[in-house]
Design a binder for this molecule. Structure first.
Ligand code: MRU
Length: 353
């Protein structure tokens, strides 16, 4: 598969460039950042989104923070960077990759190298590069599970835009498509922010992968009609018992998939696993503004006076997941014991299925 024609996250020597995902697919515009706190705003406002992508972005923001504060306060720079890390960590609550990446950067900073900025930049680049490598690895493993002629449904955007590159769920779809295995690719539009309609369709079509959009409410009928054999999604967090926290709507896809005999594949790097949290009930689910539901493209569509409830993630019970694909291997029917063994036995690099 050729290199993508875009990068959601770019380091440009002394600044961070983020592709403004709010404007896609209509406009391809990059925003530039030289300080950490505005990057926290970009994460909160969905300039950049997707669990691995916000972790990588935050890692580069720590580099910006060190550059900014080291130049102005040679003695107190570390405390100022630590304060910026706290602001970044609070930008969005659900994806564990954000705090995971910031902890890597904090550990790097505490080692106090001679040139902290160079060391922090090397660490951010490592986090970024390892995410891309994990995606190619998971793409190959996930594609191995798919039979020739299968069709898939994906949800939200778990692609190059949501990661360091290539994508988790879309990495599997890219790999399976280039292996000639896939018949049809369906994408749920993913109300209210339309990650499926705006981002997934844009990404896949850019790679010449034909994509058929459905409304989120058509998913169950799609499965009943026998049109898909797989639901493939990413994850924002996988808890110790294997529960999957992902974009709102994932749980109802998993329920329908089990009912209609469609298999559920979740594709997530080890940085998305959170074995410190026992199960999905303990994860903070982000609720966003009512306006995201009441209006569409800046136009109010709901009846005046209607209220909206806008949780943007949900919890899929582990028992509904057929395969969890990671760079350390594939886990069938994930549970607490299997995840502990996976993490305990994980070695750097790629373990393909
Ligand atoms: O609100 P978003 O767009 O950040 O939600 C993103 C998702 O739910 C993705 O499916 C998830 O982060 C996995 S991305 C590889």
């Amino acid at each position: 598969m050729a290199e993508p024609s875009f990068h959601a996250i770019e380091w440009a020597g002394d600044r961070l460039r983020l592709l403004d995902q709010r404007l896609l697919p209509g406009e391809t515009r990059y925003l530039e950042y030289t300080e950490a706190v505005p990057v926290a705003g970009a994460i909160r406002d969905l300039v950049v989104r997707g669990a691995p992508a916000i972790g990588i972005t935050a890692a580069y923001a720590v580099v910006l923070s060190a550059r900014q504060h080291l130049g102005r306060d040679a003695d107190g720079w570390q405390a100022r960077v630590a304060a910026d890390i706290d602001v970044l960590a609070a930008a969005r609550p659900t994806a564990v990759n954000l705090v995971w990446a910031l902890e890597q950067m904090r550990t790097c900073m505490q080692a106090l190298p001679d040139n902290p900025v160079a060391a922090l930049l090397a660490e951010a680049r490592r986090i970024h590069d390892e995410d891309v490598a994990a995606n190619y690895c998971m793409g190959a493993s996930g594609a191995n599970l798919i039979n020739k002629g299968d069709s898939v449904l994906t949800h939200c955007n778990a692609g190059a835009l949501a990661t360091g590159g290539y994508g988790t769920a879309l990495g599997v779809i890219r790999s399976a498509w280039s292996a000639g295995k896939l018949r049809d690719v369906y994408a749920g539009e993913t109300r209210p922010w339309l990650q499926g309609a705006r981002l997934t369709a844009w990404e896949l079509l850019a790679d010449n992968i034909p994509t058929t959009l459905i409304t989120d409410s058509a998913a169950s009928f799609l499965m009943q009609s026998g049109k898909v054999q797989w639901v493939i999604t990413g994850a924002d967090r996988v808890t110790a018992n294997g529960d999957v926290i992902n974009k709102i709507g994932t749980s109802q896809l998993a329920v329908s998939a089990r009912y209609y005999g469609v298999r559920m594949m979740v594709v997530a790097p080890l940085s998305t696993l959170d074995l410190a949290v026992p199960d999905g009930r303990d994860v903070a689910i982000e609720c966003r503004a009512e306006e995201e539901i009441l209006a569409l493209g800046g136009q109010t569509v709901a009846a005046r006076g209607a209220q909206a409830w806008n949780p943007v993630f949900d919890v899929t019970p582990a028992g509904l997941v057929d395969y969890l694909v990671t760079e350390a291997g594939v886990v069938a029917a994930p549970d607490r014991e299997k995840l502990q063994a996976l993490v305990a036995g994980a070695s750097p690099g790629c373990t393909t299925a």
